[in-house]
Write a protein that binds this ligand. Structure first.
Ligand SMILES: *Cc1c(COP(=O)(O)O)cnc(C)c1O
Length: 220
């Protein structure tokens, strides 16, 4: 019952209104069911090819979030059911998501992933690229993508002040983007920031969604 205990401990520290996405990559359906049986319904995976077999065998009232880098050729597999894609990092990807949204007759909730970390290996748009994407004429014709906010991953470091600064920057950028491109759109409100090691900082800096794996399911 370790998973259940971990979930309860973490949930108890989250302010109300903060969405907990339990990240299940590398974890088995049996392990995921421990969280499910404890009442949790929102799960995240970072690879489409790992998500699909889990989607197939697990209960259909799970709301699956894609949190990792998504290749355009994988969108079609998850488009029918995905609750949110956190990792949108190009106009090209957004176009494919829109196309699959049309095919499936649904609007697909998306977050734009912003590059805030020092490491060049982390995916995401930089601030200029994000603005450029949102200014694009093409975007106005995409009726089946529903952009709900931003996502970012901080540098992997012990330096909590650095992590805090990166999260704070993202929050500021989020406000700028909301005011400029989404005034009056109430559902543009999500800021996905914070993982097992830094979610408490994310929350202090204005996160609305945390993506937590190892602190719930153990190390990978
Ligand atoms: C793996 C992963 C997480 C969860 O990481 P933990 O450190 O295990 O909490 C969160 N977000 C993304 C994008 C991930 O790939």
């Amino acid at each position: 019952m370790v998973v259940k205990d971990n979930l309860q401990k973490i949930s108890a520290t989250l302010p109300t209104g903060i969405q907990l996405v339990a990240v299940t990559k590398t974890k088995s359906p049996e392990q995921i069911m421990e969280a499910y049986n404890a009442g949790h319904r929102v799960f995240g995976e970072s690879k489409a090819q790992e998500l699909l077999p889990k989607y197939e065998v697990l209960p259909k009232d799970i709301r699956w979030h894609m949190v990792g880098h998504l290749q355009t050729n994988k969108v079609k597999y998850i488009a029918p059911f995905i609750a949110m894609i956190h990792s949108v990092d190009s106009l090209k990807l957004l176009k494919v998501i829109n196309k699959e949204g049309i095919k499936n007759d649904r609007d697909i909730p998306c977050l734009l992933q912003i590059h805030i970390a020092e490491e060049s290996t982390k995916f995401g748009l930089d601030a200029d690229e994000c603005v450029h994407l949102l200014e694009s004429e093409d975007l106005r014709n995409m009726q089946h993508v529903d952009i709900r906010g931003l996502m970012g991953m901080a540098t992997y470091t012990e330096d909590t002040e650095k992590v805090r600064r990166e999260f704070r920057q993202l929050k500021t950028f989020f406000e700028t983007i909301r005011n400029r491109f989404f005034p009056g759109k109430e559902s543009f409100k999500e800021l996905s920031m914070g993982m097992s090691d830094d979610y408490f900082l994310g929350i202090e800096e204005g996160s609305t969604m945390v993506r937590i794996g190892s602190a719930i399911f153990g190390d990978r």
